[in-house]
Design a protein around this ligand. Structure first.
Ligand code: TXA
Ligand code: MG
Length: 319
């Protein structure tokens, strides 16, 4: 039977039977199951080989639904969802009793988001439960930004993948925790910090995204590793530093030329950070089957989506 397509009814019926499916979102593809059915949620952890201590994000379609699955929604949270939902923003909020503990790994909080993808929003509207969905990749690997990426890695484990084309944003949602009137960043992502600060009318001073941060249990430093050594630095210099290596390159906009270069990917010849973010994960995957010893890349401008790109590259480079 065909594994991918745009058949919402088929997706719905599988989910109602506690099966998992792949879903498109504007950030990355998710591996989705009924968030209110512990049976389905267990399958998500098993399929991804994800440790049970790493909680899942709950996806829904409206602010009214968010209110159902959380408790005492803080003012800031409402303001942020009103400004950015549907969009690449996940808020960590006190959970309501309807959300099973297994979804949140026992935490009293739930990560919740309204994804901005027409197919998935339509599916969510037709379901009478929200979807728990981590990125649809094996634990520790790069997140998928197309249905084909999901097929490549989890194709034998999921019965169906809703194909919504390439993810528009290309990096995962920005995760914020709203607590005691304060807003902390737990994960840099597809929503720019500058836009969040504009809506809040103040600067966010602490970005707590270190790998040792127990508040964001999934943010391990070695995430996103595509199975090749990655080095971040001055690409031209690093080419000279590796005279005998077969070199791969991921650059922002520059084109490098050297006999050692086996494959080169320029993320945005137009120097557009949004375009670069959209192309990043596909680029990291592109070296999988190449005979390359090292992938050289660089630090992107520390603004807009450049912050999330730098975060993912640092994690990809950590062994
Ligand atoms: O863009 C996205 O957010 C994608 C799409 C599919 O929505 N999802 C995604 O999920 O990236 P995942 O599971 O790969 O990453 C979720 C992150 C993990 O680092 C997890 O630890 C954190 O969110 N998280 C979830 N619930 C949390 C909670 N209650 N407290 C703290 N961190 C939480
Ligand atoms: Mg993930």
């Amino acid at each position: 039977m065909v594994k991918t397509g745009t058949d919402i009814l088929r997706a719905k019926s599988l989910l109602e039977n506690n099966e998992l499916i792949g879903i498109p979102t504007e950030t990355v593809y998710g591996l989705a199951g009924n968030a209110l059915a512990p049976h389905a949620v267990v399958k998500i952890f098993e399929t991804k080989q994800r440790p049970a201590f790493d909680p899942l994000i709950v996806h829904t379609h409206s602010i009214d639904e968010v209110i159902k699955y959380t408790k005492n929604l803080p003012q800031e949270a409402l303001k942020l969802f009103e400004a950015f939902a549907p969009g690449p923003l996940t808020l960590i909020l006190p959970k309501s009793d309807i959300i099973p503990d297994i979804v949140t790994s026992g935490h009293p909080t739930v990560g919740i988001r309204i994804p901005n993808h027409p197919l998935t929003l339509e599916l969510l509207k037709q379901l009478d439960f929200p979807l728990a969905a981590p990125s649809a990749n094996p634990f520790g690997y790069v997140s998928p930004t197309s249905a084909q990426h999901v097929i490549d890695q989890l194709g034998d484990k999921v019965p169906y993948i809703l194909d919504g084309g390439s993810s528009n944003v290309g990096v995962e949602s920005t995760i914020l925790k709203c607590e005691n009137g304060e807003v902390h960043v737990l994960r840099l992502g597809g929503l720019e910090i500058e836009s969040i600060e504009n809506v809040l009318g103040r600067k966010i001073d602490k970005i707590k995204t270190s790998s040792s941060n127990p508040q964001a249990p999934g943010m391990l430093s070695s995430h996103y590793n595509p199975g090749k050594q990655i080095k971040i630095g001055n690409i031209a210099k690093e080419i000279e530093n590796h005279p005998n290596a077969r070199i791969g390159i991921i650059s922002f906009f520059e084109d490098f030329s050297h006999p050692s270069i086996q494959k080169q990917i320029i993320l945005s010849p137009q120097k557009d950070l949004t375009e670069a973010a959209r192309n990043l994960f596909k680029a990291l995957r592109a070296f999988d089957n190449n005979e390359i010893d090292i992938v050289l890349t660089e630090t992107f401008p520390d603004e807009g989506l450049g912050k999330a790109i730098n975060d993912r590259l640092k994690r990809a480079a950590a062994i």
